[in-house]
Design a protein around this ligand. Structure first.
Ligand code: ADP
Ligand code: MG
Ligand code: ZN
Length: 483
C-alpha cells in the first residue's frame, strides 16, 4: 500500500463512573438482569422530566481540564432524533452546537518521539439501551434498557492520526488519563470505553483529506488494528481501481476480520438536532472550574516524568508503571515500605514490570497484582538485598504471593527457598566439584577463563540451585587461583 497515507480520527465513548444515570436515579451497575435498572424517565414515558446529574458535569469538567480543553461556561443539551428499538424516546439527549469542552489534546510518546493529537470537542450524552437477539423462548428479540440513560462522554479527535500504532497509543494515553481521573473504568470488553474509527487514505504528500468511512464500536485494541488495516486496504484497492470511496458507516466483523457496510453516512441534518426543551443550558461558574483545576490529580505523564527525574527509572519502566494508576500506586506503596531510594525503586520496578506483569498476563483478569501486597513485595526486595533469596527463589515467592498472598519470609522458610551463603557449605560443594573435574580445572588454570561459568554451574547443581551465586563465585575464584 505504498504511495498512500492513512488518516484516522477517533470518537471515543467513555462511560462515566457515576452511581446513577444522567437524568434519573437509576443505578449504572453492569451485569444486572435485563430491565432491572429502569424507571419512567429512562424508559421514555410521556410526561416525565429529566434532571441533570451534577456529577456528570463535574466529571466532564475534570476531563476537559486534564486534556487542556476550553471549558464552556454555558453549554446546551440537544435532541438527536432517530428511530431505533433501543431508544424508547425516539431521540438521544446529547450536545451539539455548544458542547461543554472545546479543543484540547492528547499527548503520548510514539517510538520515542512526543506526539500530540488535537481534540475537537468533548460532550456529554446519554447511552442507548441494547437489543438482545434470540433471547426469548420463541427466539424473538428483546430490548434491555439498563444502559439507557447511562452517562457518556464523547471525546472527538481531529483527523491528526497517521498510523495504526499511533491510534492505539492515543487510545491508551486517553484511557490512562480517564482512569487516573476516576471518571471511567477503562473496560473495553464491557463496553465502558469504546471507539469509532474514521478512516481515510490520501496520496502521500497530499494535504487534501480523502473521503472517510466510520467503523463503529470496537471493543479491543486487536480488533481496532484489524479493522483499520482491512479498511485501509479496501479503500486503496477501490481508489487504485479507479473507483470512489462512498462515505458510510461500517461494522467490523471479528470472525471474518472484515468491515462491511452498515448504512450510508447520515448527515447532521438527518438527526434534526434541536436544543432539549426540558433542560436549561448547563452553566459552569468560573470559580467552579478553577476549583476543579486545583483538585486535579497528578496525571500519568507527569508521574512518569517524576519517576525518571527523582528515582532514575528508565523511560520505559516509568511509562509501564504509570499506564495504570493502580500499578503506579502499588509501586509507590511498595517503595515506601522498602524505605525509598533509587536502588529500591529500580528493583521494585523490575519485579512489577517483569515477574508480576507476567503472572497478571497469565491470569488474564483480576487485579494486576493478584493477592500480592505492596509491603510483601517490599519484603521480597529486602530478602534479595540481604542475600537470603536469589533469582529462582524470587520467582517462586512472588508466584505464591500473587496467587495466595501471605508473608515472604514465612514462604521462604516453609518452602526452603533460602539460598546458602554459608562459606563452609559452599566450600564443601566447591571442593567436591574441583575433585570431580580435574580436566576443566586444569584448562581453567591454563587460561580458559570461560570455564569458571561451567564450574559455578556444577557447584550450583551440587547445591540443588540454592547456592548464593556471589558466594559460589568468590569461593571458586579463591580456590582456583587466577586463570
Ligand atoms: P460526525 O459527527 O458525522 O461523525 P465529525 O465531523 O464530528 O462527523 O467527525 C467525526 C470524526 O471523523 C472526527 O474524529 C474527525 O477527526 C474524523 N474525520 C473527519 N474527516 C476525516 C477524514 N477525511 N479522514 C479520517 N477521519 C476524519
Ligand atoms: Mg461520528
Ligand atoms: Zn431511570
Amino acid at each position: 500500500m505504498s504511495g498512500w497515507q492513512l488518516v484516522i480520527g477517533l470518537e471515543v465513548h467513555a462511560q462515566l463512573l457515576t452511581r446513577s444515570k444522567i437524568f434519573c436515579g437509576c443505578p449504572t451497575t453492569f451485569g444486572a438482569e435485563p430491565n432491572a435498572h429502569v424507571c419512567p424517565v429512562c424508559l421514555g414515558m410521556p410526561g416525565v422530566l429529566p434532571a441533570l446529574n451534577r456529577q456528570v458535569v463535574e466529571f466532564a469538567v475534570r476531563t476537559g481540564l486534564a486534556l487542556g480543553c476550553a471549558i464552556q461556561e454555558k453549554s446546551v443539551f440537544a435532541r438527536k432524533n432517530y428511530f431505533y428499538p433501543d431508544l424508547p424516546k425516539g431521540y438521544q439527549v446529547s450536545q451539539y452546537e455548544l458542547p461543554i469542552c472545546q479543543g484540547g489534546e492528547v499527548e503520548f510518546a510514539l517510538d520515542g518521539a512526543e506526539r500530540r493529537v488535537r481534540l475537537t470537542r468533548i460532550h456529554m450524552e446519554e447511552d442507548a439501551g441494547k437489543n438482545l437477539h434470540g433471547v426469548a423462548a420463541d427466539g424473538s428479540s428483546g430490548v434491555d434498557l439498563n444502559r439507557a440513560g447511562v452517562p457518556l462522554l464523547e471525546i472527538v479527535s481531529e483527523p491528526d492520526i497517521r498510523s495504526i500504532d499511533e491510534a492505539v497509543e492515543y487510545l491508551k494515553a486517553l484511557r490512562a488519563v480517564l482512569m487516573y481521573l476516576g471518571v471511567n473504568d477503562g473496560n473495553l470488553e464491557e463496553g465502558s470505553f469504546r471507539c469509532d474509527a474514521n478512516v481515510s487514505v490520501m496520496p502521500v504528500g497530499s494535504t487534501v483529506l480523502g473521503t472517510r468511512c466510520e467503523i463503529k464500536n470496537m471493543n479491543s485494541f486487536r480488533f481496532l488494528r484489524q479493522a483499520i488495516e482491512y479498511e485501509m486496504r479496501r479503500q486503496v484497492e477501490i481508489l487504485e481501481g479507479g473507483g470512489k470511496i462512498v462515505q458510510e458507516t461500517r461494522l467490523f466483523d471479528p470472525q471474518r476480520g472484515e468491515t462491511r457496510s452498515m448504512r450510508s453516512k447520515e448527515e447532521a441534518h438527518d438527526y434534526r438536532y434541536f436544543p432539549e426543551p426540558d433542560l436549561p443550558p448547563v452553566r459552569v461558574p468560573a470559580a467552579w472550574i478553577e476549583e476543579a483545576r486545583r483538585a486535579l490529580p497528578e496525571l500519568p505523564r507527569a508521574r512518569a516524568a517524576r519517576y525518571q527525574r527523582d528515582l532514575g527509572l528508565s523511560a520505559y519502566d516509568a511509562a509501564v508503571l504509570t499506564a495504570d494508576r493502580r500499578t503506579a500506586e502499588f509501586f509507590d506503596a511498595a517503595l515506601v515500605a522498602r524505605g525509598g531510594g533509587a536502588e529500591a525503586a529500580k528493583r521494585i520496578a523490575n519485579l512489577i514490570n517483569g515477574e508480576v506483569a507476567r503472572l497478571a498476563n497469565e491470569a488474564g483478569s483480576g487485579a494486576p497484582q493478584g493477592k500480592l501486597a505492596p509491603a510483601a513485595l517490599a519484603g521480597v526486595v529486602r530478602l534479595v538485598d540481604e542475600g537470603v533469596i536469589g533469582g529462582p527463589g524470587v520467582r517462586q515467592v512472588i508466584e505464591e504471593l500473587f496467587r495466595e498472598g501471605g508473608d515472604p519470609q514465612a514462604i521462604v522458610a516453609a518452602r526452603g527457598l533460602a539460598q546458602v551463603s554459608d562459606e563452609s557449605a559452599v566450600e564443601a560443594a566447591a571442593d567436591a566439584v574441583i575433585a570431580a573435574s580435574p580436566d576443566e580445572v586444569a584448562r581453567y588454570r591454563a587460561g580458559n577463563a570461560k570455564l569458571l561459568g561451567f564450574l559455578v554451574g556444577q557447584v550450583m547443581k551440587g547445591m540443588k540451585g540454592k547456592g548464593n551465586p556471589a558466594v559460589v563465585n568468590a569461593v571458586l575464584r579463591r580456590k582456583l587461583g587466577s586463570p
